[in-house]
Design a protein around this ligand. Sequence first.
Ligand code: AMP
Ligand code: MG
Length: 321
Amino acid sequence: MTTARLETIGKVYRSPDTGPLGVAGLVGTCKRSFVAKSESVLRISDLLRLPAGSVDLQAIDTRATPGFTGAGKSDATAEMCHLRPRLADMQEQLHAEGRAGGRRSLLLVLQGMDTAGKGGTVKHVLGLMDPMGLQYHAFKQPTIEEREHHFLWRVKRRLPPPGIIGVFDRSHYEDVIVVRVHELVPPEIWSCRYGVINRFEGKLVASGTRVVKCFLHISKEEQRERLLARVDDPTKHWKYDPHDVDERAYWTDYQQAYSDAFTRCNTEAAPWYAVPADRKWYRNWAVTKILAEQLDEMALVWPTPHGWDVEKERARLAADP
Ligand code: AMP
Ligand code: MG
């Protein structure tokens, strides 16, 4: 049994043998202990939060590992493993709050170039949580029906209800990214969308949804490696899309479109985090930490009984033959 302890955000996260939900974790069991080397209480959310103002993605190192003090992948995996019980508790508290009439929820928006690891993040990070409290949706090219509506129509239909952690694999940001790169609508249309998105997200936050937007930032070279790995491995062929290679020709345009979206839509209410994602283990670790920090800031508690009294019920059960 491990005795690992993690000092995070002023709290001590102890690691029991299994998560409270008893679900088989995708990161496996905690095989080795990990003790954070740094005494600092650096929040990864603060480190990776894009600063207000003009954003230049070129200036962000995609292989960097900000805030990580361990030795590498195995330490990152171990720390995720140890964060899991705390994450699971907070997720369950959010769920319980929703059941008790609370309005709060959390929406994780994942954006990134092809192969950036949106799916891998869902598998490894959200895999730490109870599927019952999650709602995942991947946004593809709009259907004929979706095209007939406002660009936010399909997004509003997928928002997490109270108590739920929603995950968007791509999102309404595609409507200022791919749409702009490929001129799917005229500039006078997409250029108005930044303001529309900010107002929409502002209202969403005001209604009780914490919006956490993560950009998984990979380099063009890393994307090439990942596409090659998919070509070379028959078990990955299903993930390979020749269209992704065509899209590489627009790399600079995509980076520009992303930079502009982050410059325009990185609000206090709904901030953007740029997660260096060339190292998959760092990406998974960082998104896990951001999620844990965001849930922690929600100061979730177990709801008190509503409509019944603990002592009365205990007495009733004791008297029950
Ligand atoms: P994937 O995520 O690899 O399954 O691919 C989904 C594709 O749908 C990507 O090429 C996206 O750019 C595209 N897509 C998502 N949303 C939109 C949108 N609003 N308009 C056009 N294409 C989109
Ligand atoms: Mg694709």
